[in-house]
Design a protein around this ligand. Sequence first.
Ligand code: BES
Ligand code: MN
Length: 443
Amino acid sequence: MSRPPVDELLEFLRFPSVSAQSQHEVDMRACAGWLAEKLKSAGLAAKVEETCGHPIVVGRTPRDPKKRTVLIYGHYDVQPPEPLEAWTTPPFAPEIRNGRIFARGSTDNKGQILAHILGVEAALQEDSLPVNVLFLIEGEEETGSRSLPGFLEEHKASIACDVIVISDTGMAADGYPTLSYALRGIATMEVHVNGPSHDLHSGVYGGAVVNPATVAARLVASLHDAEGRVAIPGFYDAVQEPLPWEREAAANSPLRDEDIASQAGVDRLGGEPGFSAVERIGARPTAEINGIGGGYQGEGSKTVLPAEAFFKVSFRLVPNQVPDTILRLAQAHFARHTPEGVRVTCTLGHGGEPYYYDPNRPDGMAAQRALETVFGKMPALMREGGSIPILTVFREKLGCDSLLLALASPDCRAHAPDENFPVANFLAGIRLNRVLLQELAVS
Ligand code: BES
Ligand code: MN
């Protein structure tokens, strides 16, 4: 008798597999080992592949050349759990409350990976697996998938496949079947503004020395016009406008603007004029400040003119924007807005291209049919605001499209305290895997 699926998930969730924190290297390795063992007990050949960073776990079913090969991709690494005090129960001591499993990684992305593995396990037990399956589960997704492109290049031949399946996106509404057919790209940058050689008395020098914190604030403010458009010249030049059917799908989305406002905990939404919130998130590019600092942050007042200030910015991109081009435009824009008396240094960060797949192609239709069968209604077709930069690398190196079948609930709190995954979505994920592989076998 195999163990109850939920028990296995709870075990998986107990590994603090935080890829960003070096103190968790041992936990990463232990988690990868657990996954490989799980794949083996499910009936697959599995291996923990070493990389320069965290290991990649590969699992495969016996290869039948007459069958199509489906690659299922996911990640076992999780985001840092901090701030710990904001969790109702500790992040790596999973607990079920109101039908939801609370733990870091439950919805991003361990619940979904295990659902896929358990689906394949059940099909192997019944000897009814209609396709060859290849699992590729990495440990660096949350830190930019640094090792994976090289690994794909090196193992191209042995990981050849016909189509890729990924469940690492969000449902349009609770329990609503959703095929995400586009993801935004990303480009990040850190900007430092340096002025005087050391912190100054703001009374003795203020008024005569340019204040780096003021300049940082002006640079931040220069990113948007008064209405909410990105104000960097050329930013929108390559943007492909959403097609008429996409505007219609967005208008009929089960995800409404008021849902987004209530999930975010705000009274009113804002953003680029002329688009709904669903469109602003999925189909339009943005610039977001992720962090800003400089000067005195402690209790009470301190009359200082700080020597330095900084901010971190990330751009979310849509087809056909190119991350490097956007970073160069931003850098030139900041240079134009820099007054004399300070130095501005831009450090370019990681990037990832936007992804787009026409959901009405044969494999997309197969995914839509599977979602309809399992959830009992036609799936919503969504463009998602988040990014999975490796998808364009898959396309380039393996020549394959990725199908993004959402299982995360809108209130999943991914990357935040109290991350959670509904037990119902986990169990639906196991059924979805089985129906999907049937549909993909013949599409
Ligand atoms: N699963 C998410 C991506 C995602 C979230 C897609 C919601 C669609 C909807 C993924 O794990 C993630 O968080 N990616 C990062 C990528 C970054 C670190 C390069 C992101 O989007 O911020
Ligand atoms: Mn994530």
